[in-house]
Structures are given as structure tokens and as C-alpha cells.
Design a protein around this ligand. Structure first.
Ligand SMILES: Nc1ncnc2c1ncn2[C@@H]1O[C@@H]2COP(=O)(O)O[C@H]2[C@H]1O
Length: 310
């Protein structure tokens, strides 16, 4: 099963993220005092402008990141740090906090995934700056995508640890997928906010199953194999698309797709995918080119096979 990062959009997923905060902040790290509810949350979790990204493994949260967009209620940091002094008037702010990853599942890939997804969310919600009083242990990762430290470390009273005050100008995010999105004007592709992680050898697509999403490879390489065989018909790399055929034809998945090495994909749901191509001749043409190239690739392979066989 892949680890899946997504927005907690049901009460049970949101509850999962509160429980994970408890597990990490109280039980694993001892940052916060225990409580009988065995959950960590505050008033910002009740606002419609707050989002929780969760990393799920087999229906259990193993990572979470809370994002609170500025509203009449202010930001979670307002009571202890004034981020606004560092940002132009008129900016739209989002606070990133309550970042936690279960000790058993700490990997830079998942941490980076949560951070990047936060920046995608910021971009599609019209946020100009993300502010984050964040544990120095992950501060360096945030700096890699463009966060800048604006003052010395200070104590965060919520989780009782020393944190770095960091700010991201969303227009400066450095990320392969975001560049891909910007170049191809595919902003609606971000709306699903799902990022899935496969280990080498795991199955990304099973032939014969129903398809309700397509994928763009963000990291790694996948092999497309003839159904239930080891015959590789194509190799798809970073930036390549997978799973588009079943969405277009409404037929079952045409091939098995296996991660050749660890693979990270962004998920594009069927409605968003079809809407995009039905409303833009330019993108429909790009899709036709992709399908045409794949057909040509297959024909070349068959010709080669024939050539060797005769
Ligand atoms: N010949 C091919 N070349 C590249 N990719 C392919 C080829 N055949 C199938 N695929 C991919 O494998 C996917 C299997 O699921 P889908 O049929 O939804 O979409 C398919 C394509 O994305």
C-alpha cells in the first residue's frame, strides 16, 4: 500500500490527525502534557479556513500538517509572534503548524511531500505568504523550497519547543511539479492535493481494474507491463503521465504499471482530468500527442521484434 498524502476532508480523517498530534507531541516527544481525550487540537481547528494535510498508511495517519489561512480570527501565531512585520501590507497569509510525523515513518520524502503540498494548497487558495514557526529539525527542508528565516529561534508556547520563524513567498516556491504546472497552466490539476508514495516493486496500476484517476510522476521511474506478464512495453519517467487511457475510454486499466524504483505521483481525479481536456483544445492536442507517441512506441517495438524474428 502506498502512503497517501491528502486533505483531511472527513471528520474521521480530521480526528486521525488530532490523534497523531497526540501520539507525536505527547507520547513520542513529550512536548505537551497528556490529556484524557488523547487528542491535540485548538480553536483554529474549528474554522472553515483551516486545512489539515494527512499522510495515510492503511487508514492510519502517519503524518500531518495544519494550514490555517488568515481570517477575522487571526493566525495561530498572533498571540506569540508578529509575522506581519516581515510581509508587505495586503499579503494573504497562511500559517503552517502542528507538523508531526510518526517516529516509525519519518522520512525526508514524506516530510517534503507535506511541505510541498502545503505550498500547492497556498497557491490555489490565493495565499501570497506562508508563515511557519517550525521545529529547526525540519526548518532546513522548508528552506530548500524557498522558506526564509526572518528572526532568531524562539519558544512556541503551543508545543513548548524552540522554533524557527520562517516565511515563504509563494511566488518563489522551487519545485519540479509546480514548475510543470506553471508551464502547462494546469493549476486545476492541483485541486485534488493527493501525493502518493510507492516503494520499488509496488504496483501503481493493476490491469483489468476500474480507473478513476490519472497520475503524474513527480519522482522515480515506472514500467508499463503487458497484463499479468513481465513484458515491459514502456518506461515512464518524471513528468510522465499514467492511467489516462481508462479515463478516456471508460475501459478497465490496459496494463500493469510497476514502480521500477521508489516513485512519487500526484493524483489527478477523473472529473478534473476530463474537464481540462474538454475545455482546452491545446491540452486536448497535448493528450493526443502523448497517445500518438505511445502508439508509435508500441509499433516500433513490434517492428523490432519482427525484425529479430524473421
Ligand atoms: N504502450 C504504452 N506506452 C506507455 N504507457 C502505456 C502504454 N500502454 C499503457 N500505458 C499506460 O499504462 C496505463 C494502464 O492504465 P490505463 O489503461 O488507465 O492507462 C495506461 C497508460 O497510462
Amino acid at each position: 500500500m502506498p502512503i497517501k498524502i491528502k486533505i483531511a476532508d472527513t471528520t474521521s480523517l480530521i480526528d486521525e490527525s488530532f490523534r497523531l498530534r497526540y501520539k507525536v507531541f505527547v507520547e513520542q516527544e513529550g512536548y505537551i502534557e497528556p490529556n484524557s481525550q488523547r487528542r491535540v487540537f485548538d480553536r483554529f481547528d474549528a474554522f472553515p479556513t483551516t486545512f489539515n494535510l494527512v499522510s495515510m498508511l492503511d487508514n492510519v495517519a502517519v503524518g500531518a500538517f495544519r494550514l490555517a489561512i488568515d481570517s477575522s480570527q487571526g493566525l495561530p501565531a498572533d498571540s506569540y509572534y508578529d509575522f506581519r512585520q516581515h510581509i508587505p501590507i495586503g499579503s494573504v497569509l497562511m500559517h503552517g503548524g502542528m507538523f508531526c510525523i510518526d517516529r516509525e515513518h519519518r522520512s525526508s520524502g514524506m516530510a517534503m511531500g507535506l511541505i510541498l503540498m502545503a505550498s500547492y494548497l497556498a497557491m490555489t487558495k490565493g495565499v501570497t505568504h506562508v508563515v511557519a514557526p517550525i521545529n529547526p529539525a525540519i526548518g532546513n527542508m522548508l528552506k530548500r523550497i524557498g522558506f526564509k528565516q526572518v528572526a532568531d529561534e524562539f519558544m512556541d508556547p503551543q508545543v513548548n519547543i524552540s522554533v524557527l520563524p520562517l516565511i515563504l513567498d509563494v511566488s518563489e516556491v522551487k519545485d519540479f511539479f509546480l514548475n510543470f504546472i506553471r508551464q502547462n497552466e494546469l493549476h486545476d490539476f492541483l485541486c485534488d492535493y493527493q501525493r502518493w508514495f510507492y516503494k520499488a516493486g509496488e504496483t501503481i496500476i493493476s490491469s483489468g481494474t476500474k480507473g478513476d484517476a490519472a497520475f503524474v510522476i513527480i519522482e522515480g521511474v515506472a514500467q508499463v507491463k503487458l497484463p499479468n506478464t513481465d513484458t515491459v512495453v514502456a518506461t515512464v519517467e518524471e513528468g510522465g503521465m499514467l492511467g489516462e487511457l481508462a479515463l478516456i475510454t471508460d475501459e478497465p486499466r490496459s496494463a500493469d504499471v510497476i514502480a521500477k524504483q521508489d516513485v512519487v505521483v500526484m493524483v489527478i481525479n477523473k472529473e478534473v482530468f476530463l474537464h481540462r481536456f474538454m475545455n482546452s483544445p491545446e491540452h486536448a492536442l497535448k493528450l493526443l500527442k502523448l497517445l500518438g507517441n505511445r502508439t508509435q512506441g508500441m509499433l516500433k517495438q513490434l517492428q523490432l521484434k519482427d525484425g529479430f524474428g524473421s
